[in-house]
Design a protein around this ligand. Structure first.
Ligand code: UP5
Ligand code: MG
Length: 198
C-alpha cells in the first residue's frame, strides 16, 4: 500500500487495557476501519477449512503470539478488501493489538505499510486483571480466565513491551492513561490524536 493513500495507526496496550473499547469510539467519530488482530485470528480459527484453526486455538489459550505469517496475511487481506472497495483506493486503519512482537513490527512496516504513529493505552496489571475476569463471566473467550490471563501478561511484558519501546525511540508513541473511566480515557485519546494528526 502506498502511505499516501493508506494511513495506519497501531493501537497497543496490555490485555484488557481498553484497546477495543476506544477503537469503537474512534471508528464512530473519525471513520477509521478497525482491524483487531485478535478478532481476525478468532474468526480464522472458526472458519471451516482453515488450516490454522487448531494452531490459533492453542496459541490464544496460552497467551502466545501466533506465528506472524498468519496474522500479517489476515491483516493484509482485510486491508485489501477495504482499499479495493474505496473509489479512490484509500484506507484509514486502526490496527488493534498488533504488532506485539518485534518480528511482526518489522515485517509489517517493511512489506505492508509503515505506521503513522502508535496509540499506547497504559494500564496496570491489577486493573486489567479485574476487567478481564469480569468480562470472562460472559465473554466466552477461551483466554479470559485467571490462568490464561497470567500467561497473557507475561507475554505482554516480555515480548510486546519491547515493541512499544522500539516505537518510543522513534518518537512514534502517543501514550494514554487507561485507568480512568472509558469516557475520560476517550477524552484524552481524542485530544492527543488531534494534536498528533495536526
Ligand atoms: N473496559 C474497557 N475500558 C475500560 C475502562 N476505562 N474502565 C473500566 N472498564 C473498561 O476491554 C476489556 C474489558 O474492560 C471490557 O469488558 C471493557 O468493557 C472493559 P477491551 O476494550 O476489550 O480491551 P482490550 O485492550 O481490547 O482487551 P483484549 O482482551 O481484547 O486484549 P488482548 O490484547 O489480550 O486481546 P487480543 O484479542 O488483541 O489478542 C488475543 C490473543 O490473540 C493474544 O493473547 C494472542 O494469543 C493472539 N494474538 C496474536 O497471536 N497475534 C496478534 O498480533 C494479536 C493477537
Ligand atoms: Mg481487544
Amino acid at each position: 500500500f502506498s502511505p499516501t493513500k493508506v494511513t495506519v495507526l497501531f493501537v497497543l496496550g496490555g490485555p484488557g487495557a481498553g484497546k477495543g473499547t476506544q477503537c469503537a469510539n474512534l471508528v464512530r467519530d473519525y471513520h477509521f476501519t478497525h482491524l483487531s488482530a485478535g478478532d481476525l485470528l478468532r474468526a480464522e480459527q472458526e472458519r471451516p477449512g482453515s488450516e490454522f484453526g487448531d494452531l490459533i486455538k492453542s496459541y490464544i489459550k496460552d497467551g502466545k503470539i501466533v506465528p506472524m505469517e498468519v496474522t500479517v496475511q489476515l491483516l493484509e487481506n482485510a486491508m485489501n478488501d477495504v482499499v479495493t472497495k474505496d473509489k479512490d483506493g484509500k484506507g484509514k486503519f486502526l490496527i488493534d493489538g498488533f504488532p506485539r512482537k518485534m518480528d511482526q513490527a518489522l515485517k509489517f512496516e517493511e512489506t505492508v505499510c509503515p505506521s503513522k504513529f502508535v496509540l499506547f493505552f497504559d494500564c496496570p496489571e491489577e486493573e486489567m486483571q479485574k476487567r478481564l475476569l469480569e468480562r470472562g463471566k460472559t465473554s466466552g473467550r477461551s483466554d479470559d480466565n485467571a490462568e490464561s490471563i497470567k500467561k497473557r501478561f507475561k507475554t505482554f511484558v516480555e515480548t510486546s513491551m519491547p515493541v512499544v519501546e522500539y516505537f518510543r525511540k522513534k518518537n512514534k508513541v502517543v501514550q494514554i492513561v487507561a485507568t480512568k473511566t472509558p469516557d475520560e480515557v476517550y477524552k484524552e485519546t481524542r485530544e492527543k490524536l488531534e494534536q498528533r494528526l495536526g
